[in-house]
Design a protein around this ligand. Structure first.
Ligand code: NAP
Length: 484
């Protein structure tokens, strides 16, 4: 095992690795075994204020570094991630639980985000807007927003930071980041990697500890000009409220409730395969996980049969073991929530087609579960499940499917399986979602803008759009006839 190489039990502030002022520590557990892997500092307000100060001091030099120098640092960061892919992936699996193959994929896409934004920043252009009169020029130029606060969740502890650090550093912003308490090591590893490749002291700061104190210091500081958050809608709303006092820019990647539509003309084998990827990846703990399966009555039984067969074939276990496809849930509360939602569905008429119980492996392992005869009165129709439970609803017409899919305050990602091109275009217009996967259960890619509408968020990560929130636009009007 090489994961110790990036297991840092200290926070990275101003280029130094520090303990909490109080020396308080937080235990970090492996969800697959319950074992304590190590500790991290329990930092609070004071350490965060010092990190913000370090980022503020580093900003003038970092933002005015020649562009190619900054781009080269990002290329080196990409190389460092890929050179240490195995160690970083093992660390991720040990603290988060996901299968090693998924962790390797997460590190790889994180490196791709860093590279993408190193490429994109070189193509960021301003404008010269035509003046209605002679003797004037109107320039529109782009400038880094300043110090950026980042708060990230435990489900993708490495790549959620990659999607924020990549564009922020490319733009010339400096950073104060707080990874989730359950999975701090993959976040702290970014500090170690940035140090290793030579990012200037203070340009990247990473703190673990009290969410309220670290978050509070970030949100109330007038020196932090932007906050980017990935996590629950509940916390996101609170941060939007807090951002008002200092009028910060905010980007919010929040919760989802993805519908997965299977039409009567769908390739059912492909739909079942896509359903497995979309539903059970990361044990059902992704924001874009299919939450509700809507299947046309004509193909309902056939789809359920295929999905159950594939679900039963999934190998459950410790993510480090060969061939494992589903690991544990992150903690006891997550397990309890899946059980509650399942019990509610069964009370309201759902039938368990497979799974439905805790796994013999104990801890937070749960059998991947499919339930049929789901209906809109069940909690699974409204709430983000965030676990390996697939409820299957019925529909009889396209309009009904679209209406049921949109019947939620969320709007992150939707999926549809159909071969009818006209229908695909109607879905593109009718589905109120920021992302739509057609005949695909996995659509995240660095080249495209990831992000939701409605209560799933504000702003985009990835694509050319992923840089925009880290750059302010400045308008300069020049009268050039004055000297003659
Ligand atoms: P969470 O409870 O909202 O936590 C996310 C982060 O916010 C963690 O670092 C957490 O710190 C911190 N936090 C919690 N309360 C805070 C507060 N009052 N002030 C400042 N920071 C605070 O979400 P989660 O359970 O980790 O993640 C799951 C959620 O994230 C799901 O809803 C999922 O859909 C969403 N998600 C969305 C996307 C997307 O791109 N749209 C991607 C991934 C996940 P602690 O860990 O210390 O509590």
């Amino acid at each position: 095992m090489s994961y110790q190489k990036y297991l840092r039990e200290a926070c990275y502030v101003g280029g130094d690795w520090i303990a909490a002022d109080s020396d308080a520590l937080i235990d970090v557990q492996n969800p697959a075994t319950g074992e304590v892997i190590g500790t991290v500092p329990n930092c609070g307000t004071e350490e965060t204020l010092r990190a913000i100060e370090a980022a503020k001091l580093a900003f003038p030099e970092f933002s005015s570094m020649p562009l190619l120098e900054r781009v080269n640092l990002l290329w080196d960061l990409q190389d460092a991630l890929l050179d240490n892919k195995q160690s970083l992936a093992e660390l991720l699996t040990i603290e988060q639980g996901k299968p090693l193959a998924e962790s390797l994929g997460e590190i790889t896409i994180g490196a791709a985000y860093v590279r993408w934004f190193a490429e994109e920043i070189r193509r960021t252009k301003g404008e010269i807007v035509p003046s209605p009169t002679n003797g004037r020029k109107f320039l529109v130029t782009t400038h880094p927003v300043g110090v950026v606060g980042m708060i990230t969740p435990w489900n993708f502890p490495s790549s959620m930071l990659a999607r924020k650090l990549g564009p922020a550093l490319a733009a010339g912003c400096t950073v104060v980041a707080k990874p989730a308490t359950a999975t701090p090591y993959s976040g702290l590893a970014w500090g170690a990697l940035c140090e290793e490749v030579g990012f200037p002291k203070g340009s990247v700061n990473i703190l673990t500890g009290s969410a309220r104190q670290i978050g509070g210091a970030i949100m109330s500081s007038p020196d932090v000009r932007k906050v980017t958050f990935t996590g629950s809608t509940e916390v996101g709303k609170e941060l939007i409220r807090q951002s008002a006092d200092t009028v910060k820019k905010v980007s919010m990647e929040l919760g989802g409730n993805a519908p997965f539509l299977v039409f009567e003309d769908a390739d059912l084998d492909a739909a079942a395969e896509g359903a497995i990827i979309s539903k059970f990846r990361n044990s059902g703990q992704t924001c874009v996980c299919a939450n509700r399966f809507y299947v046309h009555s004509d193909v309902y039984d056939a789809f359920v049969e295929k999905l159950v067969e594939k679900t039963n074939a999934l190998k459950i276990g410790n993510g480090l073991d060969e061939g494992v496809q589903q690991g544990p849930l992150i903690d006891d509360d997550s397990l309890a929530k899946v059980e509650e939602l399942l019990a509610d569905a069964v009370d309201r008429g759902a039938k368990v087609a497979t799974g439905g119980t805790r796994h013999e492996l104990g801890h937070t392992f749960f059998h991947p579960t499919v339930v049929t005869e789901a209906n809109q009165s069940m909690r699974v129709a409204k709430e983000e499940i965030f676990g390996p439970l697939a409820p299957i609803f019925r529909f009889d017409s396209e309009n009904q499917a679209i209406a049921m899919a949109n019947d939620t305050e969320f709007g992150l990602c939707a999926y549809a399986y159909t071969k009818d091109f006209g229908r695909i275009m109607r879905l593109n217009e009718g589905l109120e979602y920021g992302m739509i996967g057609v005949n695909s259960g996995l659509i995240t890619t660095v080249e495209a803008p990831f992000g939701g509408v409605k209560e799933s968020g504000l702003g985009k990560e990835g694509g050319s759009q992923g840089l925009e929130d880290y750059l302010d636009k400045k308008y300069t009007a020049v009268d050039f006839d004055v000297a003659t």
